[in-house]
Design a protein around this ligand. Structure first.
Ligand code: TRP
Length: 339
């Protein structure tokens, strides 16, 4: 992309929120996160841990703190350099909650009722359908609009929220003159699509946790090897790519290829005449070596709380600088008295 050669201040702005689950998977790393470090070449990037959003479902406070920090450390270890990206905690920038409130008053009950994520989540959390779960999308709109973001990288499941964000922004702009930039969803380069090792019909995800289908970035080499040893294959005993009939083996080949850079044809010839045992072991070993430096770096970072603290502080300071400008405009436009 040409943007690389443009001076810093002409870069388009990109923003994304990450829920603090604390458990990054091999699937999300190979599928997406490993490409994130290069985005800073082309975009002015803002990433935050969405802790305000996290409490829309009940959280254990100590665990939430731990996960937020783990998540931050893991993203830095994956190459998101805090010198080149603005990394922060959502709750550290109070403007999110403030603009979230204002935008609640410009978001219709009917719009929020139609959000599929709300319907899904309230079906799953029938005992705790709270107001925050309902107004989650207007807080998300605030996250985005505060920074006048051009692009928001999101998966399919979040597109409806971006659409709503644009509708809210248009409504506000229409009432009070131009205030917010209309953001666009950014569809990232598709990385490898990694399936569960124990059930290759399903995406590798944290819900697999506990069984051996899901490899976590922070898993020990032993745990990783165990996952690969138990990976589901088939009875043919031939390493051959066939996404229809050999889902397990094909998934392992996708992983091996993503990690080693080798083509499927190369992998097939490397393992010709050898059993699945070798193939699973070597795939596991390749993953262990890929993840080792990332895990070790994350551990070093987690041992240095003062450093992580300083990342959060400078991130929040940089973010608040932009966010406050937008919030001040909004407060003025809706008619609040100046402080
Ligand atoms: N809702 C997003 C998710 O579930 C997380 C999120 C919160 C977000 N605020 C955001 C993503 C702003 C992009 C922009 O994954």
């Amino acid at each position: 992309m040409e943007e690389q050669s443009l001076p810093q201040n002409t870069k388009k702005r990109m923003l994304s929120g990450i829920k603090p689950s604390g458990d990054m998977t091999l699937g999300s790393y190979l599928g997406a996160i490993r490409n994130w470090k290069d985005r800073a070449l082309d975009f002015d990037c803002y990433y935050f841990i969405a802790d305000l959003h996290a409490i829309t479902v009940r959280q254990d406070p100590a665990l939430l703190r731990k996960r937020s920090l783990n998540q931050l450390a893991q993203y830095i270890a994956c190459g998101l350099d805090p010198e080149k990206n603005v990394l922060f905690m959502q709750s550290h920038v109070h403007q999110h909650a403030e603009l979230g409130w204002v935008l609640n008053c410009y978001t219709m009950f009917g719009e929020l009722s139609r959000m599929t994520q709300f319907k899904d989540k309230s079906a799953k959390n029938a005992e705790n359908i709270n107001g925050g779960l309902f107004t989650y999308p207007s807080l998300m709109a605030a996250d985005i609009l505060l920074y006048q973001a051009d692009y928001v990288p999101v998966g399919e499941d979040q597109k409806q929220h971006i659409e709503l964000t644009r509708d809210i922004a248009k409504r506000f702009n229409g009432l009070y003159s131009d205030t917010f930039k209309l953001p666009e969803p950014y569809i990232p380069k598709v990385g490898a699509r990694i399936m569960s090792l124990s059930n290759p019909e399903e995406k590798m995800s944290k819900s697999d946790n506990g069984d051996t289908g899901c490899v976590l970035m922070m898993d020990s080499p032993d745990d990783i090897m165990r996952c690969f040893k138990r990976a589901i294959t088939d009875s043919e005993s031939c390493v051959r790519f066939d996404a229809e009939n050999k889902k397990g083996v094909s998934n392992l080949m996708t992983i091996y290829s993503a990690v080693s850079g080798k083509s499927y044809a190369q992998i097939e010839s490397d393992f010709a005449g050898r059993g699945y045992g070798d193939f699973k072991r070597e795939t596991g070993e390749a993953v262990v070596e890929l993840l080792r430096p990332i895990r070790e770096q994350a551990q070093r970072l987690l041992a240095d709380k003062a450093y992580l603290q300083s990342v959060c502080e400078s991130g929040a300071r940089n973010a608040a600088f932009i966010a406050e400008k937008t919030l001040r405009k909004v407060y003025k436009k809706v008619g609040f008295l100046p402080r």
